[in-house]
Design a protein around this ligand. Structure first.
Ligand code: 26V
Length: 827
């Protein structure tokens, strides 16, 4: 029904086709006779883009007119993936575009091939960036007035190639042709760096600070429309690009013969938004990274404040109009910047300003790993942002004074919670600044939210009370992660629930539990999984030359490579299986269940251990896949360049996926939710959202193993006191590696030493036995296909909780205090 009212709909099939042809012939200046798939992608995107723009403008007008509170989601990463398929589905006209009477079919194109032409927008590392993308989809779909703010990196996360078993990084230049962004050359902000602070006294005797001098860089806005599903609401994602403030280059310098330095200025400016930092979970304190953060934060706040000022409201109403969510500590400088704007530029009193600031911001923590917690050195901030450093010191002073009043004489407490760490050099602890400057702090799964309250932020619970700290368990958008990635499964579910309404209210999935015994339903369910596996097998053949049998058990671990995620434990387990197959007689071998172990994921370019893990996986693959004794009983593949669009192919094809982080280290995980939603089961530790998935789907439907988070500390302690006896099965694995079974063992020495000699920080040995046992349980479970399918259907039916729509509603109600803007109101 909503479709009829929106201007974005093509009126009929001819409407799409004529728009398509017009774009081929005029926008692209080509003819239909030499229209290849690239051109078809471009024309199709432009046709849909035209429709999107109309609703986008109307949504923005509606939001401005309504003048209600907006939320701004500040994230350095938005891992969007492809846009065309998503736009067609959210608008609800993919079928029409495909149609054989007058659509792509009729024009001689397969829509899947056209969709594949699009380059992923990969402006993120992993879970944190993809979460931001899912949140944008939900915000638009639920009609919340919301904007995303990020950086328009010229290079997203690098493209990964595997050459001779090693990761090689290739730049990801993705902006060649990008119809989904709109440069706003009229929306710019001058951003200042360096310089000095000039303090003076005004006529009332008040000290005023002026930040002067330094370097100026221009921020240019690029807007990306975010269509909601089954609603005309189309929100905005604004990405900032850096440019020399003087324009292209400084003509004055150029004319006076200083050509080189005029170009250098331009290049220095453009470097700021040039490239996404490819580490996740490792903070290195680089100046350019801090420049990125301030550049983006300052431009976004300027924009937000400018919009607020147009309403001519009093400053104290700012938090009634504006909620800003900090996606991790990366935008924490926004707290300082808003305080600076209010005090230095707008002349508010400190306390009044600080009240506005703290009521505006919310902070989401995404990790407890100490090496990922951001700290910036005081000398660096002093140099780059001298006024901000003074404000940080003042924030800290007033905060510590209030702590001293409430806990008199507790010097240790003051030292522990100080925003400034008294190290050499002194450091600013960004998470502490974010907590002090926000009204709510949340973790991303129940266990994680409990952990931050009892470990890294314990003292702040004492100081601020428990209510400031809350949990919002992560979620995923079912539009992309069910309907788009797995259209046949989505349609099968719709055939049982009556409609596709479960895509808007995922709890409606529970209706399929009534059909769990329906033979036709089960048969189709199994057929869909097999077809998805066959499609992945085809991709594996094309990209790795390894032939895998779609009827084998597909065991998948795809995510960033990190020791805490324990891909090393997985590959050690695979080696153990290989050794067992080798040791078995031909008769015994028949009893093994055929398996395909599938890995994928990028290592941060400087993360040596992660690269070693990738190398071992590939080395094991080349031995195992060519061993005649093994045949189809075991295949090991590493899929290169795992990204969002590959996830859409891989996830629906999984039987079992691995979420096996050391307990207490994976804040939530979100791919675990995607796999289960697509009818795969999971093997996992009691960590992150695995725990809540278990609660929802039932413990019979998940394979849990390993030590619990409360045991981790003691185990580590034990290791350090030499109480570490290696698991005997792991010893066998190490022996095989050291014998050279997978090539030069020196190449893998680091992985072995970490476990055997360096304290096994991630408890690989402690969990190894229960990990292997659980895989045996999985083999047995998979043999009973009837029970297996029952588990899968039951699990899917109970996944309603994990939609990002539920998260967004929780944030809206508990943190942002915003309401959806009904679409009818402006019609
Ligand atoms: C940290 C850093 C440090 C500096 C260099 C660049 C960089 C980029 C990202 C990060 C953040 C790491 C935290 C993170 O990605 N956490 C993940 O967040 C997911 C969404 O909440 C969650 O599902 C994952 O469990 C968690 O690891």
């Amino acid at each position: 029904a909503w479709l009829k009212h929106q201007v974005s709909a093509f009126k009929d099939k001819d409407g799409f086709e004529s728009s398509f042809v017009r774009h081929i012939e005029t926008t692209l200046a080509r003819s239909m006779f030499n229209c290849d798939e690239t051109a078809a992608y471009a024309a199709c995107s432009l046709a849909f883009r035209d429709r999107l723009i109309l609703e986008w403008n109307r949504t923005q007008q509606r939001q401005t007119f309504a003048d209600s509170k907006r939320v701004y989601y500040l994230s350095l990463e938005f891992l969007m993936g492809r846009a065309l398929d998503n736009a067609m589905l959210n608008i609800g006209q993919k079928e029409l575009a495909k149609a054989s009477e007058a659509g792509l079919d009729n024009l001689g194109f397969r829509i899947e091939d056209v969709i594949q032409q699009e380059h992923d927008a990969a402006l993120g590392n992993g879970g944190l960036g993809r979460l931001a993308a899912c949140f944008l989809d939900s915000l638009a779909s639920l009609n919340y007035p919301a904007w995303g703010y990020g950086l328009r990196y010229r290079y997203g996360i690098f493209k990964q190639e595997i050459i001779d078993g090693y990761q090689v990084e290739v730049p990801d230049y993705w902006l060649d042709f990008n119809p989904w962004e709109f440069p706003r050359h009229d929306v710019t902000v001058d951003i200042q760096f360096y310089g000095y602070v000039h303090k003076s006294t005004d006529e009332n005797g008040k000290t005023v600070a002026r930040w002067e001098g330094g370097e100026t860089v221009k921020a240019v806005a690029y807007d990306v429309p975010i269509p909601g599903y089954a609603t005309p609401s189309t929100n905005n994602l604004r990405l900032w690009s850096s440019k020399a403030a003087s324009g292209e280059f400084d003509f004055q310098k150029f004319n006076s013969g200083d050509y080189e330095s005029s170009v250098a200025d331009q290049q220095r400016a453009e470097t700021i938004s040039a490239v996404l930092y490819p580490n996740d979970n490792l903070e290195r304190g680089k100046e350019l990274r801090l420049k990125q953060q301030y550049f983006w934060v300052a431009a976004s706040l300027y924009d937000i404040v400018r919009r607020f000022k147009k309403t001519r409201r009093a400053w104290k109403e700012f938090p009634d109009q504006v909620a800003i969510q900090l996606n991790d500590t990366h935008p924490t400088l926004a707290i300082v910047e808003l305080q600076r704007i209010l005090v230095d530029l707008e002349g508010l009193e400190w306390d009044e300003a600080w009240n506005i600031v703290t009521n505006t911001f919310g902070y989401t923590n995404h990790t407890v790993l100490p090496e990922a917690l951001e700290k910036w050195s005081v000398p660096l901030i002093q140099h780059l942002l001298p006024r901000h450093l003074q404000i940080v010191y003042d924030i800290n002073l007033f905060f510590l004074q209030s702590v001293e009043r409430a806990h008199p004489g507790d010097r240790d407490l003051l030292a522990r919670v100080s925003i400034i760490e008294e190290s050499q050099p002194k450091m600013v602890r960004m998470a502490y600044l974010a907590i002090v400057g926000s009204h709510k702090v949340n973790g991303v799964a129940e266990l994680h939210s409990d952990l931050i309250k009892t470990t890294i932020f314990k003292d702040f619970v004492t100081i601020f009370g428990p209510d400031k700290f809350t949990n919002v368990t992560n979620g995923i958008t079912p539009r992309r992660w069910l309907h788009q990635a797995n259209p046949r499964l989505s349609d099968l579910i719709a055939s049982k629930t009556g409609t596709h309404d479960f895509l808007k209210d995922l709890t409606l999935l529970n209706k399929i539990e009534l059909s769990v015994d329906d033979p036709a339903f089960r048969k189709e369910w199994a057929a869909i999984k097999l077809a998805n596996k066959a499609k992945l097998a085809e991709h594996i053949k094309n990209t790795t030359d390894v032939v895998v049998d779609p009827s084998a058990l597909f065991d998948v671990q795809v995510k960033r490579i990190h020791e805490y995620k324990r891909q090393q434990m997985n590959i050690f387990g695979v080696i153990h299986r290989y050794l067992r197959i080798k040791a078995a007689s031909p008769e015994e071998r028949k009893k093994f269940l055929p398996r395909v172990s599938i890995f994928g994921g990028k290592a941060a370019p400087g993360y040596w251990m992660a690269k070693q893990i990738i190398h071992l996986i590939n080395a094991v693959g080349s031995v195992v896949n060519n061993d005649k004794d093994v045949g189809n009983l075991l295949k090991v593949v590493f899929l290169e360049d795992y990204n969002v669009s590959k996830a859409e192919l891989i996830i629906p094809a999984s039987d079992i996926s691995e979420h096996i982080s050391t307990a207490g280290t994976e804040a939530s995980g979100t791919s675990n939710m995607k796999f289960v939603l697509n009818g795969g089961l999971i093997i996992g530790t009691c960590d992150g959202a695995n725990i809540e998935i278990t609660r929802e789907i039932g413990e019979n439907n998940i394979f849990l193993f390993g030590n619990l988070s409360e045991e981790v500390e003691d185990l580590r302690h034990g290791h350090n006191y030499g109480l570490h006896t290696l698991d005997p099965e792991l010893v066998q694995v190490f022996e095989a590696i050291e014998k050279g079974t997978f090539g030069d063992s020196k190449d893998f020495a680091g992985m072995i030493t970490a476990v055997r000699d360096h304290g096994d920080y991630y408890l690989v040995s402690d969990d190894f036995h229960s990990y292997l046992e659980t895989h045996d349980v999985i083999d047995e479970a998979y043999r009973n296909q009837e029970d297996w399918i029952t588990k899968c259907i039951t699990s899917v039916s109970r996944m309603g909780f994990f939609t990002s729509d539920r998260c967004i509603n929780e944030y809206a109600e508990g943190i942002w205090n915003i309401e959806p803007l009904p679409v009818e109101s402006a019609e």
